[in-house]
Design a protein around this ligand. Structure first.
Ligand code: GDG
Length: 723
């Protein structure tokens, strides 16, 4: 088994001077993936090359590292459109809640898809059946589905390193673009995010766009279960902690302390990116200087900004804004002996970084949005001396874990000023207590646990990609044989769309004589137990099937009739009147939609309405109801052209479990067409029965009939056996 890691760039740089060599990057992700080699899996890494084929061919024979590298060579212009264009001028700003920075261009989106296709093509030659593929980040979303199409059986994991925003942001994108993005990730078996709010945003987005609802953060799609979970990334704790005693780091620390002797040191390091909140950080610091003249010449802010994506206009602009502001603050508050801000536009090496982490008094980290933020964790881990204070924006993923830091809102300069003051006054004892707690947290959840947890989760996912198969003659025969030999058979039939074609309005779908006759024949055979299980109310089922000897289940499992009607779940629905008011409003606003009232549930039907407008309205309704019903016992079903609210315990699967002892039957046949039939398919699959989905769509069912006539013809065949 191989682990194939895929990221935008390979984790290497090519040393092209007189002694050409491949240098492996030293980032946390690299060590995390490297550590997986302990699991005896060969580690492959695929990424876009930032060197030429000739350079690669001349250097690669001398390489013998931990990874088997697969550079993908992409035309420079195409790469620009994909990377600077769609990836970093649409997805990056949008996912970080900067919608006004989004610059969508169709050709860039096409380039984005094109590069992903090229990557899939490359990976195609590497993959073997039991491999695990791990795809990283927003550049590679379509790749998930391209690989799934090529390899239905392979295990695919995806991890997003940036925030996943609310659906309200995603819906800004053109329709085909957002459909592709949401749909593509459904090719994965495991989708990981840093935090639970990103998980939550993702499942809501999937439901809003595709109508697929999660159950305990698992999605059922094309016969596969997709697991969605939070895996907060971390760092190599020991590497940063042990660096404290490295002679080079000691020397760097001593130099810095000497240079700024008698002054408190504030420190920050990040890529120069508008999401990192550098401008607001500076304004907060200026506010502090303005309000604390006593600190003049007694404090210095070392600000390292690392060049990043500087050929994108927004980044250039940001650099100018920041540099002007630094000049302004230094001019306003500084003098010929002292500059309040020491600024470096350029990176530092690891020892210098450790020297800065361990010599500063306060780390000031203020992103406006950040998926996680590793700098915060690195600062904490570096402080073997357990001194220093972390000031951290509450808009970072890291803020959810580093709760002993001083958290602040990154746009609030007054709060930044207050928190700087608090940090400067914090006693050594308090610093030590806070540091100790955060260090324990990071040590426990280090980057090796992160990668290991992700891969172990991948391994544990049983991969059942069997899409339902249409019955061919042999399959059909084998099922009929099984039925013929059975002594007791349970036949479970959904009603609308299964044994009766869907009609524009519910009352038009009453059974006809032929259907009554068919049901009479099936129920007449003593070996059969027939169950009609529907979302319909019990009054309708009673009227239609009063003279039929079938078990009836109404309202998706709330009521059942064997000899007489029984309630299977409590139908306490205090929310009903209010939900009805809301649904009525939606009916008034959206022509040709209507509300159906049942005893314990309500449905808003939009089958006869204008498709696009009513679909948009249905999304609004679900959004509204989700908030309205948040602490109630209600469940919202996003069905086929219907939104239904029902008690949470009511499900067809639960009802079947309550009504039947499956052991008693040697043949079980379950047919349905709707999302509400999925949980009964799961139940019947478990007991080894036949599950059959009618028509298109994702399903847990093992087989498929194309339409209602096919179901009826099959049932006719059954009715003629053993008569
Ligand atoms: C993305 C997400 C998420 C920076 N300057 C220097 C330097 N660095 C290193 C830091 C740290 C890394 O770069 C930056 O990581 P962050 O997490 O802070 O931010 P992004 O680059 O935006 O990363 C982020 C991350 O992915 C992981 O999933 O946390 O939310 O945006 O390791 O140390 N290292 C050295 N010199 C520098 O000048 N040596």
């Amino acid at each position: 088994m191989k682990i194939i890691n895929i990221s935008n760039r390979l984790p290497i740089s090519l040393q092209k001077d007189n002694k050409p060599a491949i240098k492996i990057s030293s980032g946390g992700l690299v060590s995390a993936v490297q550590s997986l080699s302990g699991s005896k899996s060969a580690l492959h890494w695929v990424g876009v090359a930032d060197f030429t084929i000739d350079e690669w061919l001349s250097i690669c024979p001398s390489y013998s590292g931990d990874f088997i590298l697969h550079p993908v060579f992409i035309d420079e212009n195409l790469y620009k459109l994909y990377y600077n264009g769609f990836s970093n001028s649409v997805l990056w700003p949008l996912f970080h809640y900067f919608p006004s920075f989004v610059e969508y261009k169709k050709n860039e989106f096409e380039a984005y898809l094109g590069v992903n296709r090229l990557l899939a093509h490359k990976i195609k030659d590497i993959i073997e059946p039991d491999d695990i593929v791990w795809i990283h980040d927003y550049h590679m979303i379509p790749l998930v589905t391209y690989l799934r199409d090529l390899f239905p059986e392979i295990k695919i994991g995806f991890f997003l390193h940036v925030p996943f925003p609310s659906y309200e942001l995603i819906r800004i994108l053109p329709k085909n673009c957002r459909d592709i993005l949401a749909g593509s990730l459904l090719g994965a078996d495991l989708i990981g995010f840093h935090t639970y709010d990103y998980v939550q945003h993702f499942v809501t987005t999937v439901q809003m766009i595709t109508g697929i609802q999660h159950k305990n953060f698992k999605l059922n799609y094309n016969g596969r279960k997709i697991h969605i979970d939070a895996f907060p990334i971390s760092i190599d704790f020991e590497k940063f902690n042990n660096a404290y005693n490295k002679p080079e780091v000691f020397a760097e620390r001593t130099k810095i302390k000497k240079l700024y002797a008698g002054k408190k040191i504030l420190f920050s390091v990040d890529r120069l990116d508008y999401t990192k909140g550098i401008k607001y950080r500076l304004q907060g610091y200026a506010h502090f200087l303005e309000n604390n003249p006593g600190w003049m010449e007694k404090i210095v802010f070392i600000l390292i900004a690392v060049p990043s994506r500087d050929n994108i206009a927004k980044y250039e602009e940001r650099k100018e804004i920041i540099e002007k502001l630094i000049a302004h603050i230094n001019g306003k508050y500084g003098n010929y002996r002292w500059a309040p801000i020491v600024y470096q536009y350029g990176s530092v090496n690891f020892d210098q970084l450790s020297g800065l982490y361990t010599s500063c008094d306060v780390a000031l980290i203020s992103p406006i949005r950040d998926g996680m933020n590793l700098v915060a964790k690195e600062f904490i881990a570096s402080r073997q001396d357990k001194r220093g204070v972390l000031l951290l924006s509450d808009m970072t993923g890291a803020a959810k874990e580093l709760t002993e830091s001083l958290l602040f809102n990154p746009l609030d300069e007054e709060e930044i000023c207050i928190k700087i003051t608090h940090a400067l006054k914090m006693t050594d004892q308090e610093q030590e207590i806070r540091m100790d707690r955060m260090q324990k947290q990071i040590k426990r959840n280090n980057v090796f646990n992160w990668s290991n947890n992700f891969i172990e989760k991948m391994k544990s996912i049983s991969h059942n990609s069997s899409t339902p198969i249409d019955f061919d003659e042999t399959g059909r025969r084998s099922m009929l044989n099984k039925y013929t030999q059975a002594e007791k058979c349970l036949i479970i039939l959904d009603y609308d769309g299964t044994i009766k074609p869907l009609q524009p309005s519910p009352e038009m779908a009453a059974p006809d004589d032929q259907l009554y006759e068919l049901l009479a024949e099936l129920t007449h055979n003593t070996k059969n137990t027939v169950c009609i299980i529907s979302g319909r109310d019990k009054k309708t089922l009673e009227t239609w099937f009063n003279n039929t000897k079938a078990t009836l289940v109404a309202e998706h499992g709330i009521f059942a009739k064997t000899d007489r009607w029984n309630k299977l779940v409590i139908d306490n629905v205090p929310w009903k009147a209010e939900v009805q008011k809301i649904m009525n409003k939606f009916s008034e606003n959206c022509a040709n939609t209507f509300v159906e009232e049942k005893s314990a549930s309500l449905c808003w039907h939009y089958r006869m309405a204008a498709p696009e407008a009513s679909l948009a309205q249905s999304r609004e309704l679900i959004n509204l109801l989700s908030d309205f019903l948040i602490s109630s016992n209600a469940n919202i079903l996003d069905g086929h052209k219907v939104v239904e609210v029902k008690p949470v315990q009511a499900s067809k699967g639960n009802a079947l479990k309550m009504l039947f002892d499956f052991q008693q039957y040697d043949c079980c046949i379950c047919i349905g067409d709707d999302k509400t039939d999925e949980d009964m398919f799961e139940v019947i699959n478990e007991c080894g029965g036949y599950t059959i989905k009618v028509s298109e769509g994702h399903t847990f069912a093992k087989h498929r009939f194309n339409d209602v006539p096919e179901v009826l013809s099959f049932l006719h065949e059954l009715s003629e056996i053993n008569q």
